[in-house]
Design a protein around this ligand. Sequence first.
Ligand SMILES: Cc1ncc(COP(=O)(O)O)c(C=O)c1O
Length: 369
Amino acid sequence: MIDHSYPTWLEVNLSAIEQNSRNVVQRTGVPLMAVVKANAYGHGSVEVSKAALAGGATWLGVARFGEARVLRQAGITAPILVLGMITPPEVDEAIAANVSVTLHSREVADMLSQRGKAVGKPVLAHLKIDTGIGRLGVQPGEVLELARYALSQGNIQIEGLFSHFAMADVEDHPLTAVQVSRFKGAVEALEQAGLLPRWVHLSNTAGTLVHPEARFTMVRAGSAVVGIWPFDHTPYPEYLRPALSWKARLASCKILPKGWGVGYGQEYILQQDEIIGVVPVGYGDGFRRQPGNEVLIDGRCVPVVGRVCMDQSMIRLPKAYPMGTEIVLLGKQGDAEISLDDLGKRWKTATVDVTAIINFRVPRIYVRD
Ligand SMILES: Cc1ncc(COP(=O)(O)O)c(C=O)c1O
């Protein structure tokens, strides 16, 4: 249902999210951690989490504890892993909220153990190893020592082991096989010591979908859940469906005379009388301040002219339209479409970067098929 209440809004299709999650679980045959950090890549973390869980995901992954707090406050009881940094006061909250944290160094082990003692309860943790991305994590050869050290504290429960791919979205990149092999080495070392935890996970979306050898006992996917295919050069598979459309309503439409300038910097000076529309969306919403922008109106593509402002953008129209006419910035209108890939290419960035930074002030409207 189209909502007429807002100048601009996102439509998020929860049926697509549920179905994408179900398809990932069916295709991989292993439990799915739905990664819903950064507000589920801009789609809305609570609603996406609920849809992903309804589609068969069993874990949720977030980057910060604050994101886990939002999910718990919304009544979501599924296991959650904080994939990134956690501060001492957040550990106290994580313990109380039954949220698992990432253990990536001895320093973190000391901190978790201290907080666990202060709270009087064990801390749930997943060991993190760096197999080649150069972020959080000990070297694969150090994981056994870290596991022993953490366990010797007496109040850290190691329930998982994980790492993260750097190049899995680049087909046949040699680093992926190297990372898998380093990860397997760490798995074997823990296994031989009888310390291998239940949840062993390496794959992001790209790894999950095209590297069956890297599925272990769980996969972590964010892009796939919201229907984003991470490969540039291969077409979308039929089992993933984008969930997001970005729409707006025409704020104004008027004829401006030849010689009139449009926008800050007056970069667009009319060579003739033209019909100029105003779209109530700008870079303050996440619509990038770059040349080459286009939107859909009346089922056709029209150019953004002049600089994108913080809250508004101007478009050149072939004819006059009434205020309130629907504009599509991302998604389909009639036979025309502006896809996430189009926006990523236009803005020279990753598709997840397009969705993740769409500002909170753009309301998310949840729809189903
Ligand atoms: C640690 C970790 N795991 C999993 C993911 C999910 O990645 P993707 O969106 O490719 O599924 C991310 C996202 O960047 C991440 O940082």
